[in-house]
Write a protein that binds this ligand. Structure first.
Ligand SMILES: Nc1ncnc2c1ncn2[C@@H]1O[C@H](COP(=O)(O)OP(=O)(O)O)[C@@H](O)[C@H]1O
Ligand SMILES: [Mg+2]
Length: 371
């Protein structure tokens, strides 16, 4: 049976669809990758839907359909690039685009109709990964720690994996397999920095963190922002655009008495991401020796420097030396989660999500011809 799986990921940043073809014959091996563009109109509509808008049920159906087609298109491009036939692929794991995440009420919604993906690609598709965990009493997130543990665990080194997408999440992988693997969302990753860069630079993000580097971190504003209850809350916890958004930042700036340059606000937001991550490491992973970063935040040099400065005894690196490029870890994780589902194995870690038990995640949309 084929060991080829595809992972499709579109995260909080709505920057692109990450499509990864992965060979699981041995350790997961990235065969081919494809970054599929999301045009600015669709991005705007998804942002509007996420925030709540007029006629949102119709809007949701329209975007669910449009994204389903786009995920299928991303898959077709990926296979073309790889020179691999759809019949050789066992399944697709599609995360879908999150448009609501209210873990405290136990609901979360990812869209991108998997019926369309399965129908158009002819490949069995697994989707809707989060809601079974929610049904079992969990947060439905984060789901990547089980994958991080499966591929990045090392019995000689206590490791931390940090995924810095729109939101940042941590996985703690203790060296001893007897110790519990933990993980949770630490708060904003790039989401606030992206919003601020869009407002002041008219750019989707601060390329390599160059703008933030020009500013000065304002300690008072930083301390004020770190008082947000999410940072104080003990795990399990997860968050999203519903909580950390540009309005949140505006409220913080209004409450702050001195006015700052836009670059200094950016520097402070960058430090907020770094500090909330390093506080989580210090508090919940005191024995960790090494930190590995993945997600787009790994490209922000200012952020990487701040993380290393706050963790002097750690080696801070990207996941590259562990064998998976930081840009593709999440997409590979969803290929792995699809494999878990088809094999009838759980994909969640109850210690991470707070679910009452390990559960097999997702809904399976079979290919027209079973492989
Ligand atoms: N060269 C870069 N410099 C700074 N930030 C970057 C760079 N490339 C990507 N990013 C950041 O990473 C984000 C995308 O990261 P990603 O892991 O795809 O997040 P998500 O899972 O939320 O989609 C971008 O929105 C941007 O903030
Ligand atoms: Mg992305």
């Amino acid at each position: 049976m084929s060991a080829l799986f595809i992972g499709l990921m579109s995260g909080t940043s709505i920057d692109a669809i990450d499509a990864a073809l992965v060979d699981f014959s041995d350790q997961p091996k990235l065969v081919t990758t494809h970054s599929h563009p999301i045009d600015s109109k669709l991005r705007q509509q998804l942002l509007m839907l996420s925030q709540g808008c007029h006629n949102e049920l119709t809007m949701m159906l329209m975007l669910d359909h449009q994204l389903g087609n786009l995920f299928a298109e991303a898959t077709t491009e990926l296979l073309k690039k790889a020179g691999v036939d759809a019949a050789e692929v066992r399944a697709i794991g599609s995360h879908g685009q999150t448009v609501r995440h209210y873990p405290e009420s136990h609901y979360s919604l990812q869209i991108g109709d998997a019926n369309l993906i399965a129908e158009q690609t002819g490949i069995t598709t697994v989707a809707d990964f989060r809601r079974r965990d929610l049904a079992a009493g969990g947060e439905g997130a984060p789901l990547v720690p089980a994958f991080h543990n499966a591929v990045f665990h090392n019995n000689q080194q206590d490791r931390v994996i940090i995924n810095i997408g729109g939101i940042a999440n941590i996985s703690h992988l203790p060296a001893s397999p007897q110790d519990v693997v933990n993980g949770f969302d630490t708060g904003p990753g790039n989401i606030l920095m992206d919003g601020w860069a869009m407002r002041h630079l008219k750019q989707p993000f601060d390329e390599n963190g160059a703008w933030g580097k020009q500013g000065e971190v304002d300690q008072m504003l930083l301390n004020q922002m770190l008082q947000d209850t999410f940072f104080m809350q003990p795990p399990p916890k997860s968050t999203g655009r519903e909580h950390f958004n540009i309005e949140w930042l505006e409220r913080q700036l209004e409450a702050h008495s001195t006015s700052l340059s836009a670059a200094s606000v950016q520097a402070t937001l960058c430090q907020l991401t770094a500090s909330s991550i390093t506080q989580a490491i210090t508090e919940y992973c005191p024995d960790a020796q090494a930190t590995f970063i993945c997600g787009g935040g790994a490209h922000n040099q200012t952020l990487m420097r701040m993380l290393q400065a706050a963790l002097p005894s750690h080696t801070v690196n990207t996941t590259e030396p562990l064998g998976i490029s930081p840009d593709w870890v999440e997409a590979v994780a969803f290929a792995w989660l699809a494999k878990q589902t088809l094999e009838g194995k759980p994909g969640n870690l109850p210690a991470v999500t707070g679910a009452s038990r390990p559960v097999v995640l997702g809904a399976i949309y079979p290919a027209s011809t079973q492989k």
